[in-house]
Design a protein around this ligand. Structure first.
Ligand code: PXP
Length: 256
């Protein structure tokens, strides 16, 4: 599947991280979601973690009630999260690995090894009409396994590419980008809708946005951090413009 419009899902988790640092209501992630929608987000992404370190159950409830953009609920494959997802029925659910001690989602799901555990969650979410995606490393074996489980969507973990870009490790950056390009092509060839995200910044987004078979990017931490300097509206608009330009340039180059 290819598309000239690349969707942007804005992840608002870290607005909640800042709020929770003081325990009060400010800054409100739902207000950030509303602003993100006005600034050009096609959807809102939020990760309800087992330890509730940022987004809370009440945030999910409010995002469902108050925001007129599709919600992509990132969740671990646990019975608690499944019950919450089934009670809210968000547009999409992205299954992610979760370890309590990690700072963020440090790697993709191992769908090959976790197949037996994951199958029930993919089936239950799908039957409820929730579009299921699986957050995986850009590895064709993981994509094949996601396909076999019947997930319609995969989200490629771009962390290794983004870390190499930030550290200035040019050879690693090139190799990791190629893994993403190859995995996105593979996803398309086996009929999976392909998303990508994790660690993307103004500097690293363009080569990923240029990949024709990727239809959605989910971006959070950098945008919320950048909002400290330029405001959330400006940060999202700039990201949107960089994505759109990269996609338009790549589409033009392919058709020239
Ligand atoms: N996609 C998934 C599945 C994630 O878990 C995250 C982080 O919560 C992101 C995208 C966004 O990553 P970042 O906050 O680094 O932009």
């Amino acid at each position: 599947m290819t598309s000239s419009h690349l969707r942007l899902g804005v992840n608002i988790d870290h607005v909640a991280t800042i709020r929770n640092a003081r325990g009060g209501p400010h800054p409100d992630p739902v207000r950030a979601a509303r602003l993100a929608a006005e600034a050009g987000a096609d959807g809102i992404t939020a990760h309800l973690r087992e330890d509730r370190r940022h987004i809370t159950d009440r945030d999910i409830e409010r995002l469902m009630q108050e925001i007129d953009r599709p919600l992509n609920l990132e969740m671990a494959a646990t019975d608690e999260m499944l019950e919450i997802a089934l009670s809210h029925r968000p547009h999409a659910a992205c299954l992610v690995p979760e370890k309590r001690e990690e700072r963020t989602t440090e790697g993709g799901l191992d769908v090959v090894k976790g197949r037996d555990h994951l199958a029930r969650y993919v089936a239950a979410l799908g039957q409820a009409g929730i579009r299921v995606s699986m957050f995986v490393e850009p590895d064709p074996r993981q994509l094949d396994a996601a396909r076999r489980l019947g997930a319609p969507v995969v989200e490629l973990h771009t962390g290794a590419y983004c870390h190499a870009a930030i550290d200035g490790r040019a050879a690693d950056e090139k190799r990791e980008l190629k893994r993403i390009i190859d995995a996105a092509a593979h996803a398309g060839s086996i009929g999976l809708e392909c998303h990508a995200g994790h660690g993307l910044t103004f500097d690293s987004v363009a080569p990923v946005a240029a990949i024709a078979s990727i239809v959605e990017l989910n971006i959070g931490h950098f945008l919320i951090g950048e909002a400290v300097f330029s405001g959330l509206d400006s940060a999202i608009r700039r990201m949107r413009a960089l994505m759109d330009k990269a996609r338009a340039d790549a589409t033009g180059a392919r058709s020239a």
